[in-house]
Design a protein around this ligand. Structure first.
Ligand SMILES: Nc1ncnc2c1ncn2[C@@H]1O[C@H](COP(=O)(O)OP(=O)(O)OP(=O)(O)O)[C@@H](O)[C@H]1O
Ligand SMILES: [Mg+2]
Length: 243
């Protein structure tokens, strides 16, 4: 009896080894994600992943550079996140995503697609969000919000530059979204970026945004508004007059 199988019949041992021995570096770079990411390099959408802007529970966000030297933001969702149950709640009540399968990777892929669709729609109705560029499975590529390669800070980190005006602006955005049948559903000072030089605000983290037909849309619409009212209260009490 032959001790060894012919080369042809041998199982792809290296393949198996690779799968087993390549843990998800940084929590997101597992083998599949690396291969999917490679596609964006091959298509010349990005030339390099430069650094990690932020690590979250559900995703990491990286700055990338394009072949022409512009910057993009790459959000990579973890395939193993503790938030599956929450994600499913936001997906299943949304008529655009009714047929989502309950397997964990499928939920994450739908979640990524949902963020892409939401950013596209919100850009169209002129809500200031990062413009979506592309997505594949758990990877979302979007406009980089920052100056000279440095990402803008979250509003929570540096506070508003024009509290009264900026609060009104955000309430207007929430209402505009509602009139256009969409609710952000996780709006707070942590999901707003600020360009403090130009006093501009941007709304980010839009995966959980739902259509107003979602059974909880009204509850989440009110919560978004309350979060903004609560956050700005302390700035408005201290500064009755604002330039
Ligand atoms: N388009 C962008 N341009 C620049 N920075 C960005 C962009 N999108 C996200 N970021 C940065 O990445 C951080 C996390 O982004 P986001 O809130 O979308 O991810 P998340 O994983 O849902 O985070 P968390 O769990 O903390 O809410 C933001 O606070 C911001 O600093
Ligand atoms: Mg966030």
């Amino acid at each position: 009896m032959a001790l060894y199988l012919s080369k042809k019949k041998r199982p792809a041992k290296e393949e198996k080894m690779l799968k087993i021995s390549w843990p998800a570096y940084d929590g997101v770079f597992n083998r599949e994600t690396m291969l999917d990411l490679q596609e964006f390099f091959s298509k010349k959408l990005i030339k390099s992943l430069d650094y990690c802007i932020a690590k979250g529970k559900e995703a990491n966000v990286y700055r990338a550079t394009t072949p022409s030297g512009e910057y993009l933001a790459v959000k990579i969702y973890r395939l193993h996140t503790p938030s599956f149950v929450k994600m499913y709640e936001y997906l299943e009540g949304d008529q655009r995503f009714l047929k989502v399968q309950k397997s964990k990777p499928k939920i994450i892929f739908s979640w990524t697609k949902k963020e892409f669709s939401n950013l596209k729609y919100l850009s169209e109705i002129k809500v200031p969000v990062p413009k979506p560029i592309s997505f594949k499975k758990n990877i979302l590529i979007m406009e980089f919000l920052g100056e000279n390669g440095i990402p803008y800070s979250a509003l929570a980190q540096i506070g508003p530059t024009k509290p009264k005006e900026q609060k009104e602006f955000l309430i207007e955005q929430i209402e505009k979204m509602y009139q256009n049948q969409i609710v952000h559903a996780d709006l707070s000072e942590y999901n707003i970026l600020i360009d403090d030089q130009a006093n501009r605000l941007f709304i980010i983290d839009c995966a959980q945004a739902v259509l107003t037909s979602h059974p909880k849309a009204n509850e989440w619409y009110n919560r978004d508004k309350e979060n903004i009212e609560r956050y700005f209260k302390k700035f408005l009490n201290n500064s009755k007059q604002e330039s």
